[in-house]
Design a protein around this ligand. Structure first.
Ligand code: GLU
Length: 494
């Protein structure tokens, strides 16, 4: 029998997401349970959005959770390279094959033309998508355009009639009409592949047997299956897991909940508890146990028992489980060493101590001054923000702009954060002192403390974001309307 091979294929375009870890966990359980292999592939075809920092964070976060992999960019393996940006030749070669067999075609349509087609389709309430214009070009016309260097992409042919039928391990038979499937771009004008093309070529070459991924990819599966068919390859088995949801059942988003694994690490959750909680997303142990390890889950795992009702990622429930771990699974000795590791991380201490040295007379002064470095959300209320000039709305704006700017920035060093605050203060026409006031309160819980710029840089994006957001809520929160207005002002700035 063919060896089971599963994979996780994150795009390194942001924080390491709890959703990535959830999909990784289920893929890993399935592979291990079948004595198979679990692979990590980095899908960095979007060169503008992919960053090294994000890739490193993904590796570190998954390892922290104990979700290691058999093959991947950092551990190697027989089917590499495992980073798509290093596989351009492979895609170019495969693209050529599809052009030769007529399954794909050159498209020279300009963005303006595509916009017009789209606008017309919307006006006609017709299905949106490419209208097949360049399929009608003669060989001579194509050769001529290519010779004169007209910018182009490669698209796949897609039938206009009938249905694509496939079976999903969890959902059974699925039918999607080809009408709804766009003639997907396979190669962009810069010669790089799109997600769909690279993903299929890689899954095949890496001998992936089961594609277990989030349900947002169901509608892409027909394109993928068609590509397998065009190449004459056997398609893997598909399984689309339910998406994680906020407690209000909307799709899990960082607007409503912290979604970065780094946040949970920095807030002092235990990795065993977080990964256990992710295991409760759509999965229950056959004996109903709520506390279980990855190994126990792997042993008992049965993909077909995953329930499709949208699993809710509820931080309150996670807090309960984490507390249970601390009470029941962590001995006093372990508590001491785990807490010390978390609280007195050497690098962090090296950054914090210079801020304190000149301000304390006794060690007993340290906690009142710097305890906020170790706290979650400071205890603040509206009174904490009392200020001579600034009104609540202005402070909400400062806080919100700072969140957006920090999220956009790839330099959270002390100087990077300072430059960012100075720029925002100038933009909002405020004195830097006033500008920093709400940040001080949000970050430290007090109006005066050690430098808030240093504090943001040391505490890091994830917990900073949570504190600033908490402060916005304390200051009355931003309505949808206010968010829209702020977004507009912010766009003018960037
Ligand atoms: N790169 C895709 C993502 O970021 C992978 C989707 C898939 O598993 O096919 O989710």
């Amino acid at each position: 029998m063919q060896k089971v091979r599963t994979r996780i294929a994150p795009s390194p375009t942001g924080d390491p997401h709890v959703g990535t870890a959830y999909i990784a966990l289920f893929n890993r359980c399935f592979a291990k349970q079948h004595d198979g292999e679990f692979i990590l592939r980095i899908e960095d075809t979007d060169q503008q959005r992919s960053t090294d920092r994000s890739e490193k964070d993904i590796f570190a976060a998954l390892r922290w959770l104990g979700l290691d992999w058999n093959e991947g960019p950092d551990v190697g393996g027989a089917f590499g390279p495992y980073r798509q940006s290093e596989r351009s030749d492979i895609y170019a070669e495969h693209c050529k094959l599809l052009l030769e067999t007529g399954h794909s075609f050159h498209c020279f349509c300009s963005p303006e033309r595509l916009n017009e087609v789209r606008a017309q389709q919307m006006a006609d309430k017709a299905p949106l998508g490419y209208d097949g214009h360049c399929l009608r070009l003669s060989q001579e016309e194509i050769a001529e355009k290519l010779a004169s260097g007209v910018e182009h992409v490669i698209r796949m042919r897609v039938p206009r009639e009938g249905e694509c039928k496939f079976t999903d391990m969890l959902r059974g038979d699925i039918e999607i009409s080809w009408q709804q499937i766009d003639m997907q771009v396979l190669m962009k004008s810069d010669g790089l592949p799109t997600y769909h093309f690279a993903n299929v070529v890689d899954d095949h070459l890496m001998q992936i047997t089961h594609v277990i991924r989030g349900e947002e990819w169901i509608n892409s599966t027909p394109k993928h299956l068609l590509l397998y068919q065009y190449f004459g390859w056997e398609a893997p088995t598909f399984c689309h897991l339910p998406l994680l949801r906020n407690p209000d059942k909307s799709k899990l988003s960082k607007r409503k909940n912290p979604t970065s694994i780094n946040y949970y690490r920095d807030m002092g959750y235990l990795p065993e508890a977080l990964v256990n909680y992710l295991g409760m997303m759509g999965w229950t142990m056959p004996d109903g146990r709520e506390v279980f390890s990855v190994e126990e889950m792997t042993k008992a795992f049965d993909l077909l028992r995953v329930s499709l009702g949208g699993p809710v990622f509820d931080v309150e429930k996670l807090n309960w489980l984490n507390g249970k771990y601390i009470r029941e699974q962590v001995s006093t000795e372990d508590f001491i060493s785990l807490f010390a590791q978390w609280a007195f991380d050497a690098e962090k201490m090296k950054a914090i101590v210079p801020l304190l040295r000149d301000r304390v007379e006794r060690f007993s002064d340290v906690v009142p001054l710097a305890g906020f470095f170790l706290a979650g959300l400071p205890e603040i209320d509206e009174q904490s923000f009392t200020h001579k000039q600034l009104e609540a709305a202005q402070m909400r704006k400062i806080l919100q702009f700072t969140i957006w700017e920090l999220e956009r920035s790839d330099d959270l060093s002390r100087d990077g954060v300072e430059a960012l605050c100075v720029r925002l203060a100038q933009f909002t026409e405020m004195k830097i002192r006033d500008f920093l006031f709400p940040l001080f309160v949000a970050m430290t819980g007090k109006a005066v403390s050690v430098s808030v710029i240093d504090a943001i840089s040391i505490i890091g994006l994830d917990v900073t974001r949570a504190r600033l957001r908490h402060a916005v809520t304390v200051l009355g929160g931003v309505s949808k309307k206010e968010t829209k207005a702020l977004e507009k002002q912010y766009r003018d700035l960037v």
